[in-house]
Design a protein around this ligand. Structure first.
Ligand code: HEM
Length: 507
């Protein structure tokens, strides 16, 4: 027996070694071919043949700098078009408006599967699945988008106004007994909980009560999944790394929590409809109507849950980041605050809520919110896969190339914005011209954000009410650096103290 086993082990060992060797050689040949195919495109120095630019991404992270710093340095070195490799995967990056226009608007390019894989599934667990953001099949996406568009029309948005006000009032109450100027608030957390309450109510008719609950598990689940998406770009091997098993388990549990919440909500609504009650006409109603009736019911439910998770996350995270960045800049610029208050006081001194009609009068506040997104776009870039060969700025790129256009970078370039790093809401005054195809915080082209108007109405209401009620002071010693975790957010979370405002009669 031992005599038979020994050669078998040797043969298996040799077979394994040969297979590994052949795989490594094939992979090396493939990677080399990809490097050669794009050798005409400027590229920052690669630190590793196999890992490509991944070690540089990690080096920047470890030294406390962000992807934003890295791309600024890379574009300074290589110009407006450059290529990097994530292992064997090439991605072209551009900070030029002509490229942005072709990639996003005039060209007929779609979302690349590889870039959205982590949004569909995380470590094998379904996450956003094939919801509106991560659906990459164009015809499926068209069906889903057409079905959900009516839920974001003007009539619906007008009805959301009272909820924006109500949820914001809960936050004001929560903060108002801590106006001692020593209690510190982490505004990013509060904004996340507020925007979560709002989207849960207006989209799905759920009362979460997250504002008053610092340990809201859904909030933790969302940050866990976003961390994982960002982590996988720098550490793709953690998909299989045995030492990352507990990290994977924790992320899977977060996905499950989000999806179970969605599942429960969808099934309750379907039951209510089946039992003859007239459902509330909200976003969930449209999600339920949007599925393909020819599909199996379980497939339909999964698709509804995909949309639930997508809208829930997209509906809170980015708006909370925008509000947080806006508050930093408002606190740093008393002249901006004074101008906002002139508008806000006129509206709120006679009543305690902002109406749909009032939104137009908050013109300057709107400019402040737009300027915030210029300097701090929570989604700082967009990626497409070329459906045909294209030549950008003299560089020929074959069909199938992934191209990322970077609004963050362009919005901070002197070529396009004078004193680009200065916070100046007057750039968005109605009579001012701005460079085209540089500023696209809500993306561009057919896959533009569906929640753009909803989010900006909500942001106006929240900011107006907070600034009417309180004086904010930034806690000294915090950094205002950026943190990239799938979206851009303020690293230290915007720590403030507050006091009730000394109000003077306005208007
Ligand atoms: C300041 C707030 C917001 C910003 C900056 C923002 C930004 C964006 C961007 C850049 C995209 C394109 C993403 C991509 O290319 O993969 C996008 C898509 C999307 N956003 Fe937003 N968003 C915001 C608020 C919202 C809100 C409040 C909702 C929902 C209520 C929402 C729902 C969506 C959805 C469903 C998509 C996918 C659209 C499609 O492909 O058809 N967003 N958003």
């Amino acid at each position: 027996m031992a005599l038979i086993t020994a050669p078998l082990i040797v043969y298996c060992g040799i077979a394994l070694a040969v297979t590994t060797f052949v795989t490594v050689v094939c992979y090396a040949i493939y990677t080399h071919r990809e490097h050669k195919r794009y050798s005409h495109v400027p590229s920052p120095k690669r630190q590793s043949f196999f890992l490509g630019h991944i070690p540089t991404l990690k080096k920047y992270d470890d030294s406390g700098r962000t992807l934003m710093d890295l791309f600024r340095d890379w574009h300074a070195e290589c110009g407006p078009i450059l290529i990097i490799f994530l292992m064997h995967r090439p991605i072209v990056f551009s900070a030029h408006p002509d490229v942005a226009k072709e990639v996003m608007v005039t060209g007929n390019h779609t979302k690349p599967p590889k870039a959205y894989r982590s949004f569909q599934f995380l470590f094998g667990s379904r996450y956003m699945g094939y919801g509106l953001i991560s659906e990459i099949d164009h015809s499926q996406w068209t069906r889903k988008r057409n079905a959900l568009n009516p839920a974001f029309n003007r009539k619906f948005l007008m009805e959301f106004m009272s909820q924006f006000n109500e949820s914001c009032d809960v936050l004001l109450d929560f903060m108002s007994n801590k106006t001692d100027q020593t209690t510190q608030f982490k505004m990013l957390d509060l904004f996340e909980r507020l925007t979560m309450d709002i989207i849960a109510k207006v989209a799905f008719d759920i009362d979460l009560g997250a504002v008053c609950d610092a340990n809201q598990p859904l909030s933790k689940a969302i940050s866990s999944t976003f961390n994982a998406v960002a982590h996988l770009i720098r550490n793709p091997h953690d998909q299989i790394n045995p030492f990352a098993a507990s990290f994977r388990k924790q992320v899977r549990a977060a996905c499950e929590l989000l999806r179970n919440t969605g599942n429960k909500c969808v099934e309750e609504r379907i039951q209510a409809i089946n039992s003859g009650s007239t459902p509330r006409q909200d976003i969930l109603t449209y999600i339920i109507k949007s599925t393909n009736e020819d599909d199996d019911i379980q497939v339909q439910i999964e698709e509804m849950v995909d949309q639930f998770v997508t809208i829930f996350i997209a509906g809170m995270e980015t708006t909370a980041n925008q509000l947080s960045f806006a508050l930093i800049e408002i606190c740093k610029h008393p002249e901006v605050l004074a101008r906002i208050r002139k508008e806000v006081d006129c509206i709120l001194q006679s009543k305690n809520h902002v109406t749909f009609e009032d939104l137009n009068s908050l013109q300057y506040l709107g400019q402040v919110l737009k300027e915030t997104l210029r300097l701090y776009p929570p989604v700082f870039a967009a990626t497409r896969i070329l459906s045909n060969d294209v030549t950008y700025l003299g560089y020929h790129l074959p069909a199938g190339t992934e191209v990322t256009v970077n609004t963050f970078q362009m919005c901070r370039m002197e070529e396009y914005y004078e004193n680009a790093l200065q916070f100046d809401p007057d750039r968005f005054a109605p009579d001012r011209e701005r460079p085209m195809f540089t500023y696209f915080p809500f993306s561009l082209g057919p896959r533009v954000c569906i929640g753009q108007h909803l989010s900006q109405m909500e942001a106006k209401v929240v900011m107006a009410k907070l600034l009417y009620e309180f004086d904010f002071k930034l806690v000294p010693g915090q950094s205002f650096e950026l943190l990239e975790r799938a979206t851009l957010k303020p690293k230290d979370g915007v720590m403030v103290t507050i006091r009730p405002r000394d109000r003077v009669a306005a208007c």
